[in-house]
Design a protein around this ligand. Structure first.
Ligand code: HEM
Length: 450
């Protein structure tokens, strides 16, 4: 039992039994978080058919291990519709590539965001957070802000700097940030039903609208890569670090640089926006965070060596990722007839593992819908294997997991030491799943000095 008040943050209501098809599709078009009945969070597998498409959602550790590790070769390929939607921008970037291209690119991309590089990346992350704190300090106490938009811009700045280093001028940063925001908003409107391949035409039609942004992004990125390769920038950027690896042509560098940005941007921004929201609704957690920051940092800016001393800050981020995993549904297509833990999976089936469901499954978690950061404190038992997967698992696990977790901790520690964000009456966050799981279109909050 926890010794603080029970707090269950917002989530869609769960229906019982099967919905009529029209209602199911209407909900799915709104947000794919709204289609799951209460059985999905209790049963081992969801095995259903929608519009002639067989769909399996596997919830148990053995099946999750099969899909992501032991039978990976059969489930490696991402859905073609998802690839078609993102390909004009990402090309053959790691996020959507498979087969030999994925195999060749994974090592250089993984190397530049490896845990061993985090110490070197900390100063840039802290510098970005300190600048943000200065910006917040210049605003009057009680200023209304859109916390989602703030975190979007914060993570865009942080990613831009780390990916491109000193080659990134403030004009290029502003141009990239604006073009990515437009692109993500446009792709975010893409109907997920179509992305999952239940109908086949919509994403490509919508994709046309984003050509202008794609051209702008490629133009800026190509220019920056040119500057880096000409040796005019410092050696610390992720692009410079990838440049020496075999096969990293200018085209490959562009695709991987853009993929790193797309993979890291909304995922980190959402995590931070949700964390601020959860803290604003759970004053006991906010107080515990503040106590830790005051005791460990005492007004200093966080350094790499401080991170292991901030277990509560880390636990807030990990619990946020459990309740609101930025990528809540990981989908693959079975290329041939196969079997997963004794269940026949016919060729063409969509096979899903859903961090959203697994993280709230009653067999895996006590009080799964409650916000309890203490689950992730060092003295708590670790989650059972294959029940906590915000970064996916196995050989295709997120290469940016250390980067994302660390950057989020530094942001929360630097800003949380001086500020709190308060909720606005009648403007509560609500989980919405489009491209990623966001707290809505915006997150109005009030900026307060501590
Ligand atoms: C809290 C932040 C983040 C979360 C929750 C997250 C989550 C994920 C997940 C679930 C996947 C697997 C997607 C799938 O299999 O369909 C993934 C892949 C990936 N992520 Fe992240 N991510 C985060 C931050 C980042 C950052 C900061 C970067 C880079 C700087 C990054 C780079 C990548 C890349 C390159 C892949 C593709 C890996 C591959 O397919 O081999 N991510 N991420």
């Amino acid at each position: 039992m926890s010794d603080h008040p029970v707090y269950e943050p917002p989530r869609p209501a769960r229906h019982v039994g099967r919905l009529p098809l029209t209602e199911l599709l209407a909900r799915a078009r709104r947000s794919l978080l709204e289609v799951w009945n209460e059985g999905a969070f209790r049963n081992e597998v969801v095995n259903t058919k929608v519009l002639h498409q067989r769909i399996f959602v596997f919830n148990m550790p053995a099946a999750i291990e099969a899909v992501f590790v032991t039978q990976l070769a059969g489930f490696e390929r991402k859905l073609p519709q998802l690839r078609h939607t993102l390909e004009p921008l990402l090309g053959d970037g790691l996020l959507i590539s498979d087969g030999p291209v994925w195999k060749a690119r994974r090592p250089p991309v993984q190397a530049v965001t490896h845990a061993s590089r985090m110490a070197g990346l900390t100063p840039e992350m802290t510098r970005t957070a300190v600048e943000w704190r200065a910006d917040w300090s210049a605003r009057p106490d009680g200023t209304p802000i859109d916390a989602l938009e703030e975190m979007d811009r914060f993570t865009a700045g942080l990613l831009g700097r780390t990916i491109f280093g000193s080659a990134l001028t403030s004009e290029a940063a502003a141009e990239l940030s604006a073009a990515f925001a437009l692109y993500e908003a446009r792709v975010g409107r893409t109907d997920l039903i179509s992305m999952l391949g239940l109908t086949d035409f919509l994403p490509r039609i919508r994709g046309f609208g984003s050509r202008g942004e794609v051209r702008r992004i490629h133009g800026v990125v190509d220019r920056l890569i040119g500057v880096i390769l000409d040796g005019k920038a410092g050696e610390t950027s992720l692009v410079a670090a990838m440049a020496g690896a075999p096969g990293m042509t200018r085209g490959a560098l562009r695709n991987e640089a853009v993929s790193l940005f797309v993979a890291g941007h909304q995922t980190m921004a959402n995590t931070l926006a949700w964390a601020w929201f959860l803290l604003s609704e759970a004053p006991w957690a906010e107080a515990a965070l503040h106590a830790e920051l005051d005791a460990v940092l005492g007004g200093r800016d966080p350094a790499f060596e401080d991170l292991p001393e901030l277990p509560y800050t880390r636990a807030v981020i990990e619990e946020t990722l459990r309740l609101y995993p930025p990528l809540p549904l990981l989908a693959r297509r079975a290329p041939e007839d196969t079997e997963v833990t004794g269940i026949d999976v016919p060729q063409g089936s969509i096979v899903m593992v859903s961090p959203w469901i697994v993280h709230r499954h009653e067999r895996h978690w006590e009080a799964p819908d409650e916000f309890r950061p203490e689950r992730f404190l060092p003295d708590a038992p670790p989650p059972a294997p294959y029940t906590y997967l915000p970064f996916s698992l196995g050989p295709r696990i997120c290469t940016g997991q250390h980067f994302g977790l660390q950057a989020a901790m530094i942001c929360l520690a630097t800003l949380g030491a001086r500020f709190r964000l308060r909720g606005v009456a009648g403007q509560r966050a609500f989980p919405t799943y489009r491209l990623t799981l966001r707290p809505g279109e915006s997150l109005p909050m009030i900026l307060e000095r501590r």
